[in-house]
Design a protein around this ligand. Structure first.
Ligand code: NAD
Length: 324
C-alpha cells in the first residue's frame, strides 16, 4: 500500500476507506472485509457513530493474524460540541476506548466551529449541529487555539499519534502556524472536480500539511441524504457521466470512479472513498497503477464550479457560514 509521510513522521496510506454512512450493524463486517481486500486506512468520526464497530472489525483481523495493529491507520475526528480543552480531551480518550486499539493514528478537529456543549448521549442524528429539539444551533466561545492545545496534549499523552484539522481555511491554518507546538499533519477537505480548491491545496502543501480529500465522487454521496442536505447535489450531473471523465475512463480502460480517485492522488492528495460493495471496495483501492498526463489532470480540474456539497452555511436552517 502506497503511503505518504506526515509532518509528525508517521506514514499514512494514500487510499483509505471512509466510514460515513456505513450502517452501525454492518460496520464491523465491512471493515473486516475491507482489510482482507487490502485497506489499511480507516476514516472515522464521532459523528459517524460506528467507531466501536469499526474497531471490532479491525480487532477481528488482528486476532486472525491478517494484520498487526501498526499496519492499520485509524483516523477519527472531534465533533463541534467538544472543542473546550477539557471536553476535547475527555472525548478523545472516550473515542480511543471505543476503537479499542491502544492509540488513534490521526485525530482531526472536524469543523472550525465550536458549538455549545451537548452531552454525547443527547446528540441524535441527523441533529448533530443542533440542540436536542433540533431548534437551535448555538456557537460557543472556544478559540481554535484552545482545541489545538488539547490535541497537542493528546499527542504528548500517547492517545493520538498525529493531529490535524478538517474543513479549515488558509487564514485559520496560517494563524495556527503561529502557535502550534506539534505539526498540523493533515487537512481533510471536500475535493472533487466540481470543487478543486487550488489555493487552499497549494497553501497546505507548501506548509507540509498533507491533504486528504473527501467526497471524491462529488454529488454522489449527498444524493442519498435527507432533502436539505441533497438539494445542491440532485440538480447537477453526476461526475461519473461527465464527458471529460468518460473520455479518460475509455482511454485508460478504467471505471470512472478510478479516474476521479487517481486525479486526486496525482495531485498528492490522499483519498478515502466509501462503499458498501466489495467489488467497488477493491476497485476504489486499485487506483495508483496508471497515470494521466498533466493536460488531462488540467482538463479535469477545469470542471471546477466552486460547488460545495458539505456546506452547513447552506443545509442548516440556521446557517453556519464557515466557508464564506
Ligand atoms: P464518496 O465520494 O466516497 O462517495 C460515496 C458514494 O459513492 C456512495 O454512495 C457509494 O455507494 C458510491 N460509490 C463508491 N464507490 C463507487 C464506485 N466505484 N462507483 C460508483 N459509485 C461508488 O463520498 P463520502 O462518503 O462523502 O466521502 C468519503 C469519506 O470521506 C466519508 O466516508 C468520510 O469518511 C469522509 N468525509 C469527511 C467529511 C468531513 O467533514 N471531514 C465529510 C464527508 C465525508
Amino acid at each position: 500500500m502506497a503511503t505518504i509521510k506526515l509532518a509528525s513522521g508517521h506514514n499514512m496510506p494514500i487510499v483509505g476507506f471512509g466510514l460515513w454512512k456505513v450502517d452501525q450493524n454492518t460496520t464491523a463486517e465491512t471493515v473486516y472485509e475491507a482489510i482482507k481486500v487490502g485497506y489499511r486506512l480507516f476514516d472515522g468520526a464521532y459523528d459517524y457513530q460506528n467507531e466501536k464497530e469499526a474497531g471490532l472489525g479491525i480487532k477481528k483481523a488482528i486476532q486472525e493474524g491478517i494484520v498487526k495493529r501498526d499496519d492499520v491507520f485509524v483516523t477519527t475526528k472531534l465533533w463541534n460540541n467538544y472543542h473546550s480543552k477539557e471536553k476535547a480531551k475527555k472525548m478523545a480518550y472516550a473515542q480511543r476506548e471505543s476503537w479499542g486499539l491502544e492509540y488513534i493514528d490521526l485525530y482531526l478537529i472536524h469543523f472550525p466551529i465550536a458549538l455549545k456543549y451537548i452531552e454525547p448521549e443527547k446528540l441524535r442524528y441527523p441533529g448533530w449541529w443542533m440542540d436536542e429539539a433540533h431548534q437551535v444551533v448555538e456557537t460557543d466561545r472556544v478559540p481554535v487555539s484552545e482545541t489545538w492545545q488539547a490535541l497537542e496534549e493528546l499527542v504528548d499523552e500517547g492517545v493520538v499519534r498525529s493531529i490535524g484539522v478538517s474543513n479549515f481555511s488558509t487564514q485559520l491554518l496560517y494563524d495556527m502556524l503561529t502557535y502550534n507546538r506539534h505539526p498540523i499533519s493533515s487537512l481533510q477537505i471536500e475535493h472533487h472536480p466540481y470543487l478543486v480548491q487550488d489555493t487552499l491545496i497549494k497553501m497546505a502543501q507548501e506548509n507540509g500539511i498533507v491533504i486528504t480529500g473527501y467526497s471524491t465522487f462529488g454529488p454522489q454521496s449527498f444524493i442519498e441524504l435527507p432533502p436539505a442536505f441533497r438539494k445542491r447535489a440532485e440538480v447537477v450531473p453526476t461526475l461519473f457521466e461527465n464527458p471529460v471523465i468518460q473520455k479518460l475512463a475509455k482511454k485508460y480502460g478504467r471505471p470512472a470512479g478510478q479516474i476521479l480517485l487517481r486525479w486526486a492522488t496525482q495531485r498528492g492528495i490522499a483519498v478515502i472513498p466509501k462503499s458498501n460493495n466489495v467489488a467497488r471496495l477493491k476497485q476504489n483501492l486499485e487506483v495508483n497503477d496508471f497515470s494521466m498526463t498533466d493536460d488531462e489532470l488540467a482538463e479535469t480540474a477545469a470542471l471546477d464550479a466552486g460547488l460545495r456539497f458539505n456546506d452547513p452555511g447552506f443545509y442548516l436552517e440556521r446557517p453556519l457560514r464557515i466557508f464564506d
